[in-house]
Every structure is written in structure tokens, then in C-alpha cells.
Design a protein around this ligand. Sequence first.
Ligand SMILES: N[C@@H](CCC(=O)N[C@@H](CS)C(=O)NCC(=O)O)C(=O)O
Length: 222
Amino acid sequence: MPVDQNASLRITAFEWVPRFARGFVRDLRPRWACEEIGLRYATRLISATERPDWYFEAQPWGQVPVLEDNGLTLFESGAILLHLGERDARLLPTDREGRASVLCWLFAAFNSVEPVFMEIGNVEIFSRDEPWAALRRPGLLAEAGQRLDRLEAALGDRDWLAGNFSIADIAMVTVLREVGDTGLLERRPALAAYLQRGIARPAFAAALRAQLADFQSEPTAA
Ligand SMILES: N[C@@H](CCC(=O)N[C@@H](CS)C(=O)NCC(=O)O)C(=O)O
């Protein structure tokens, strides 16, 4: 299957993350895209706790994922999804309208939906002991709810955001997984069903398995 250490494509991921983050690290996105089209990729695992200095040349903030493809190095999961989409119309249609629609939803997932969930993650996990965290949470949940209401209305009764399944759905489904146990999706059954449709895809399951299989139980020194 797509993980093949001899493949010319290579995805950089973390060799270890804390348990709560396992299955949610953003290299899941390109892994999922590769699985959808049977595109083999190798992995390069780096330390999450001590990022190697050389890695900042590829990713300015030392984050994952990075994709290397025949001499090209790409960072940002959105740019990487777009790059992979351009290889296969099953991920990104080639007709003008279809492509435009996918690009709109790809950017919407990362610019209009994901930021509020990152903030919720911040108040619930990373900054939970800060005095302002509990004060900020209700406003953030209300804002997230509004975003999801409009997203649900825009999805309507379609299975996928832009017609057929595409990189836009890889983006949005991975963002919606970040909603966690806020209760926001339970109150929006069409979106909950959309998320379930996404994660029921065999390619998603394969990508998730591959990410989880790469984690070592404890961090190693860089
Ligand atoms: N906008 C970036 C975000 C990448 C990102 O936040 N990656 C996380 C893992 S999911 C990371 O590397 N975190 C470590 C850090 O920010 O130092 C993308 O979509 O690629």
C-alpha cells in the first residue's frame, strides 16, 4: 500500500507526539490524499520535542507535514493537498468550475473553520490553566457554532463539499475531527453525518493506521 520507503514522494511526520494528539497530526492529510489515489510515499520521522535545525529550511516553523516530490519541497498541508490534487482528478477536478469550487472549500476549511477550533483547543488543552481560558471558552463555542451552522447550510444535502469527493473534503473532515467532544456536531446531524462519511472511507482508515504505526511510545533525542 502507499507507505513504501523506496517511493520518490516523502512525507515528514513526527516520530512521537503525546497520546491526545495521535491520529490528529496534520501529516494525516497528505497521507489520506495518497491513499485515495494509491500514490506511494515514504516517511521521514523527526523529533517533535527537539526539531532538528536543518528542518527549518524546509518548514519555517519546524512543523509537519512537509512533502518532498522530485526535487520540490512543500510545506503547509493546504499547499501539499493542492500539489497532490494536481496529480489526480479524483482529488481535484480539472474542469474550471469544479476546480474553483474545490479551491474555495479547501481555503474555507483552513481559513474560515479551522482557526476557531484551534482556539478552542488552546483554551481546553494548551492554555487551560490560564485565568482567561474559562472566560474565553463560551464566546469561542458560540462563534464555532455559527461557523458550523453556515457550513451545514452550504453543504445542503450533498455528500461532499464540491460535488465529488476531493481534497476539500480531506481538509474539512480533518478540521471537523478537531471539534472533539464540544457537543457542537451532535447538534448538527448533517455535519456529523458528513464527518462520518469522510472517516468511513478506507483511505482515511489506512492513513490513520499508518500515522499511528509510526509513533514510538516515547520521544527519542534529536
Ligand atoms: N498550517 C500548518 C500547520 C501545521 C501544524 O500546526 N503542524 C503541527 C502538527 S499537527 C505541528 O507541527 N506542531 C508543532 C509546532 O507548531 O511547533 C499546516 O497546515 O501544515
